[in-house]
Design a protein around this ligand. Structure first.
Ligand SMILES: [Zn+2]
Length: 150
């Protein structure tokens, strides 16, 4: 077994530390540095050292679960990969009008729920449609019926 295959095997296991790091990333409002992730973990009573946080972040990047970039100050920041797809579209079933919507809250919830069940390499798809405000017959009642997906 070559070294990268061995590493992938390690990465596919969801350790308590890895789960905690992902939980913190899912709860943070945006990309975060290793230091701020470490601070958030400690604030949540997680006993974890900064070195382990770095190690977990590196393996999560390798596994494609999280992405990394640089902030304005040139510091490495980490984010859940779902952030790459935070723009979703709302399509009107009558006129076909398409509106962009920010789905980051739903995506964070989805990633958190999947991670809580030990999943990685998470993919989320959200199909949003309805009748837009411009289309008639949609009397504004202040309530909206939502049809759940089955
Ligand atoms: Zn419409």
């Amino acid at each position: 077994m070559d070294e990268s295959a061995a590493r992938r095997g390690v990465q596919s296991r969801m350790t308590p530390h890895r789960r905690a790091v992902l939980r913190v990333l899912a709860a943070l409002p945006g990309p975060a540095t290793a230091h701020s992730i470490h601070r958030a973990l400690r604030a949540g009573d997680e006993r974890i050292g900064l070195t382990i946080v770095y190690r977990q972040l590196a393996s999560l990047v390798d596994a494609g679960v999280i992405g990394t970039g640089l902030d304005r100050d040139g510091r490495h920041v980490f984010h859940l990969r779902t952030d790459d797809f935070r723009d979703y579209h709302l399509t009107c079933v009558r006129c076909g009008r398409v509106t962009r919507v920010d789905a980051s809250v739903a995506l964070r919830w989805a990633a958190d729920a999947a991670v809580a069940h030990g999943f990685s390499d998470i993919a989320v798809s959200i199909d949003l449609s309805g009748r837009c405000a411009r289309c008639p017959a949609g009397r504004a009642t202040g309530t909206t019926a939502v049809t759940p997906y089955r």
